[in-house]
Design a protein around this ligand. Structure first.
Ligand SMILES: Nc1nc2c(c(=O)[nH]1)N[C@H]1C(S)=C(S)[C@@H](COP(=O)(O)O)O[C@H]1N2
Ligand SMILES: [Mo]
Length: 325
């Protein structure tokens, strides 16, 4: 079943209905996998009057980019999930993005001035062909697709999201890592003029930086993500390009990346430098390794608040267990 291939049904409807209803219907269709009549879908829209407003009277719907070419990309059915897709308004309002805010509902309200276009990512270090790539160019040249992934935060909540992007391995192959490259460093943007959280929390070692082993970075699951829910990423989710590493706790998935560097030694990482006893370099999702201050045995699914048992490697063992044998 190939879902949402062209969106022919969306274009006229989008012109005819108000944007909120359009988004509501679209998220609903995404969550059930498409193929339902418009009348039924519209009657199942969420209660939009409940959406929080910011100081200027905007809701999260005002921060969600429209579907416009080259989006959407076809979904790769190899990656399936065991739960409903999380409502897009929740994924857009419950964020960890410390560059913008300490509180989770702050990021979407404070990213308005953040300029995510044009944007380039430098890929450098121990590679034969270093380069600086615009995000537009990557979207044009990399093997773009949509994948449904779970994301498990170390704080014991989780979401399930249709991300759009490409395997990081495709970009790494292009720059050709040298034989002595063993790890990959990721660096987020660092502009206090655009990101009030950087100014307000000067004690953090900005920019946000993360890292993976090279074999983890090359794993088929590891993605550079530029979109979600069939359109470009909302800024609060790490526009214009972020990492997604679905078998590791969410903080490994650095947002708004400007630099990727191949190195020979295990790099420092932001949260490990801050609290080494609480956040390891490896940070694989593991129900049997508690955080020092709470259990990781269960997780709370945002939206429904359903409680489920945490899965080893966040349920991605078939893809990654071999990395840790
Ligand atoms: N640059 C940067 N990347 C970041 C973070 C951050 O604060 N800054 N937070 C991380 C954490 S803790 C999580 S759980 C995820 C949240 O991604 P989401 O807001 O798209 O759900 O982003 C990760 N990437
Ligand atoms: Mo997180």
């Amino acid at each position: 079943m190939l879902l949402r291939r062209k969106f022919e049904w969306e274009i006229p409807e989008r012109e005819a209905t108000d944007r909120a209803l359009f988004l509501s219907r679209r998220s609903f269709l995404a969550s059930i996998g498409g193929g339902i009549s418009g009348a039924l879908a519209l009657s199942c829209g969420r209660d939009l009057s409940r959406l929080q407003k910011d100081a200027r009277g905007r809701t999260v719907l005002d921060t969600i980019p429209p579907v416009r070419p080259p989006y959407p990309f076809a979904r790769n059915q190899r990656y399936t999930i065991d739960r409903d897709i999380t409502d897009e308004t929740i994924v857009g309002t419950y964020n960890n993005f410390y560059e913008f805010a300490r509180s989770k509902d702050g990021a979407w309200q404070r990213t308005g001035q953040f300029k995510v276009e044009p944007w380039t990512i430098e890929v450098t270090g121990l590679v034969a062909n270093p380069g600086t790539f615009s995000v537009d160019e990557l979207i044009r040249t990399m093997p773009m697709e949509e994948r449904l992934y779970r994301l498990r935060c170390v704080e014991a909540w989780s979401i399930a999201v249709p991300w759009t992007g490409f395997p990081l391995a495709a970009l790494l192959k292009k720059v050709a890592p040298l034989n002595n490259a063993r790890f990959v460093r990721f660096m987020s943007f660092n502009d206090p003029n655009q990101a009030p959280g950087i100014r307000e929390q000067p004690w953090y070692p900005w920019p946000y930086y993360e890292g993976l082993r090279l074999d983890e970075a090359m794993n088929e699951l590891t993605m550079i993500v530029t979109g979600a829910y069939g359109h470009a990423l909302p800024k609060q989710n790490g526009a214009p390009a972020r990492l997604i590493v679905p078998w590791k706790y969410g903080y490994k998935s650095a947002k708004s990346i400007v630099r990727i560097e191949l190195v020979d030694r295990q790099p420092h990482t932001f949260w490990n430098d801050e609290e080494p006893a609480e956040y390891s370099f490896e940070s694989n999702v593991n129900p049997r390794v508690p955080h020092p201050r709470w259990s990781q045995a269960n997780e709370r699914i945002l939206g429904t608040d359903e409680k489920r048992k945490t899965m080893l490697y966040n349920g991605y063992g078939q893809f990654v267990a071999g990395l840790y044998a």
